[in-house]
Design a protein around this ligand. Sequence first.
Ligand code: PLP
Length: 401
Amino acid sequence: MDNATIKAQGEKYIMNTYRRFPFALVRGQGARVWDADGREYLDFVSGLAVNSLGHCHPKVVAAIREQAGKLLHCSNLYWIEPQVELARLLVENSGLDKVFFCNSGAEANEAAIKLARKYAKARGDSRYEIITMRKSFHGRTLATVAATGQEQFHRGFEPLPEGFCYVPLNDLGALKQAIGPRTCAVMLEPVQGEGGVYVAEEDYLKAVRALCDELGLLLIFDEVQCGLGRTGYLFAYQYYGVEPDIMTLAKALAGGVPIGAMLAKEKVAAAFQPGDHASTFGGNPLATAAGVAAFKLLLEEDLPRRAREIGAYLRTRLQELAGKYRQITEVRGRGLLLGLEIDGPADEVAVACERRGLLINAIHGHVLRFLPPLIIGREEVDRAVAILDGAMAEVFGNNAY
Ligand SMILES: *Cc1c(COP(=O)(O)O)cnc(C)c1O
């Protein structure tokens, strides 16, 4: 089928929940993808921070092929070898002790919310409220929507599960004020992605950790997007030198195969007993075999360092652009999770980029988010920036400097 046919049939049969570009991607390799009409694009969206190893990394493809021929699925009634191996890799490379596997970021956060509540109950206290950040994003299930500190995701779905309240990121005073007798945890993204690419400050995160320790609150880091090398560190929290009690992962964890994981410190994890939480597909052999291959690549090729270096280069190039277009009001982010604040129609810039062969993500109408695969090189960064330059010249026209 060509783009037009796929789009027409999609509009007929698929629920209308996404604003989509009018083409279908059918093939990818490295940082390049092709649509159904054979057009090539440079991919700076990476399936929204999923394809960190690029498309179809041969080692991930081989691991999936091999596992598919051995055992696709079996229940968590039995031990699953690649699940155990992926858990070992995660534990040995993080400050956390135990892993629960599921299938998505929202599910990982659901598991974290349940564990935080159960941990309080198991200690005989009745606290259940979790404080999250404004502009956060934690998923689309009812509880994770409630955890998400953005009104636009709440509207129309009330009543939402209770037990969440919101404070601005990097405002310690507001957090202190929000903590009450029912508070059991603080949950945040060290680098907010979906909300517009906002970075937690170092002093703030250290102070939040100290506050949680002082008051006996759990600290939950949602690293679904910012984890796994994206910000230049294997886990975004490693930049800060503070550790969470619970951390969630998903997106890039299995190189493109759906997966989610919730990790916790031993004493917190112990609040979950058999029967407390479960998932049919969670940690299934196919997903975790892909995860083992993806995680080993992340380590072997030192992709966190690469994200740090190439991210610094991309940032410099974007700052150059900011000197050229007064509509770029800020360049922010960390590693290869970068955002350009635009005083102008960010969506139009994204469309103009697409027509020139660059996939890029516009959020909230005023931010361009950069999520290239961590394997990109300088030459690809240069190409993307040249395309972006052309797109901005077109959209901003004579209103540039
Ligand atoms: C994408 C995302 C989620 C939700 O993940 P899904 O796999 O779409 O459920 C949760 N938290 C953060 C920080 C995310 O970026």
